[in-house]
Design a protein around this ligand. Sequence first.
Ligand SMILES: Nc1ncnc2c1ncn2[C@@H]1O[C@H](COP(=O)(O)OP(=O)(O)O)[C@@H](O)[C@H]1O
Ligand SMILES: [Mg+2]
Length: 200
Amino acid sequence: MLKVGLTGGIGCGKSTAANLFADLGAPVIDADRISHALVKPGAPALLQITRQFGPDILAADGALDRNKLRSLVFSRPDYKKQLEAILHPLVYAEMQRMLQTLHYPYVILCIPLLLETKMQHFVDRILVIDCSVEQQINRVKLRNRHSEDTIKAIIASQIPREQRLSAADDIIDNSGDTTKLAEHIKKLHNLYFSLGKNQN
Ligand SMILES: Nc1ncnc2c1ncn2[C@@H]1O[C@H](COP(=O)(O)OP(=O)(O)O)[C@@H](O)[C@H]1O
Ligand SMILES: [Mg+2]
């Protein structure tokens, strides 16, 4: 099975693109969804995170307070490393487990931090979804209630656009509308389907 790593900066359209692949019948594994599941109340990773950062990181209902955790790790690079050391191996292990259950010529692995975590070797092909930084900021503003400063800080914490683009096997320019995006994805679906089918 051809493993396609779908990546891109915050707000570039990864989830939108992944949904369009899924609409065409492709299996999609979503690293964000896995990492959210790993920190549900009672989940082992949440226990580890609470042990590392203290119970203040929890909301009143025992769930992870994501905003608190975000500001904590943005204020301290060592905290960010500690958090990633807990979460990332568990996320990749779960993706590996899920891969074994799939039967299709290709799979979309939606991994926002594929390049930042230096896990290029985990996939066979890298698909970058791209738009301008201005579009990233505007789209995330519409999607979340983050301030512009928070969005800029997240963008600055990710790999620069040029480096991401230079790591790509395929690039989707998502500066246009979603109709254009869907057309591009249909073409890539056909390509990945035939590449995967012809794999040994
Ligand atoms: N081509 C597009 N034109 C306008 N809005 C878009 C386009 N692609 C995605 N969006 C919107 O931009 C926001 C960010 O897209 P999303 O797929 O959530 O990005 P990511 O998963 O990369 O963070 C979402 O609200 C989405 O609906
Ligand atoms: Mg997303």
